[in-house]
Write a protein that binds this ligand. Structure first.
Ligand code: MG
Length: 235
């Protein structure tokens, strides 16, 4: 998983470099797939429940599961890129949202708060805590900073499968759900919105968008629960 995580992390750095005004999201997908295969790994999303690409590319009001295509990135957009990699039977999964060219202050805040909310969650991923301690840390940080928390999609266990138990919601009261034990592998992934928390799925059957058309941010890391702190596998 550490090796898969390194590939994911390097790929997301590459995506941030390649995602510029004028670039199509399908081009990013091609670069991503080539990179993953060049590392001897497999793109975990491709074909997963029929998903047609190696990355999810979610622009502006798209929350998650955006399908790469002919959409051309423009100055001021934000793009969330989510990627999973399978290496020797093990998975790692991560996402980042970044700005294209110059983005407005509200979008910068969206990205900063979503990343920080994820990190607040990761801080709770220590032995003896419960899953919902992560959830509460994410939700309280997000709401304190004026963002809303998407409820319909959640983080998850990960390991020999891309998605495993337990679910890791980004909302909920503390001290509930399964207890965290050392070495447990989790994908912690807040999806936070500037406006309403409500989302819907487009007719393509995949792309999740905000109901009010306002922007959404998404950050994700795969982590191992630790004694005093989590180990971030996809840092
Ligand atoms: Mg995930």
């Amino acid at each position: 998983m550490r090796q898969a995580g390194r590939i994911v992390s390097e790929l997301l750095k590459l995506m941030e470099k390649e995602a510029k005004p004028g670039v199509k999201t399908i081009t990013l997908d091609k670069i991503a797939e080539d990179f993953i295969r060049s590392q001897g790994a497999l793109p975990a999303f491709k074909g997963y429940y029929g998903f047609p690409a190696s990355i999810c590319a979610s622009v502006n009001e798209e929350v998650v599961h955006g399908i790469p295509g002919q959409k051309i990135l423009k100055d001021g957009d934000v793009i969330g890129i989510d990627v999973g990699v399978k290496l020797d039977g093990y998975f790692s999964d991560a996402a980042r949202t970044f700005g294209i060219g110059v983005v407005d202050a509200e979008s910068r805040k969206l990205m900063e708060v979503t990343r920080a909310a994820m990190n607040e969650g990761i801080r709770q991923a220590v032995i003896g805590n419960h899953v919902s301690d992560i959830s509460w840390a994410v939700q309280s940080y997000a709401e304190k900073n004026g963002l809303s928390v998407v409820r319909q999609y959640v983080g998850h266990g990960i390991g020999r499968n891309l998605h495993e138990d337990p679910q890791v919601p980004n909302f909920g009261k503390p001290h509930q759900g399964p207890k965290l034990v050392e070495g447990m592998a989790l994908a912690i992934e807040p999806m936070l919105n500037l406006g309403t928390a409500d989302v819907e799925v487009l007719k393509d059957g995949w792309t999740v968008v905000t109901k009010d058309g306002k922007r959404s941010g998404h950050f994700e890391q795969t982590i191992f629960v630790g004694k005093n702190q989590a180990e971030v596998v996809t840092a």
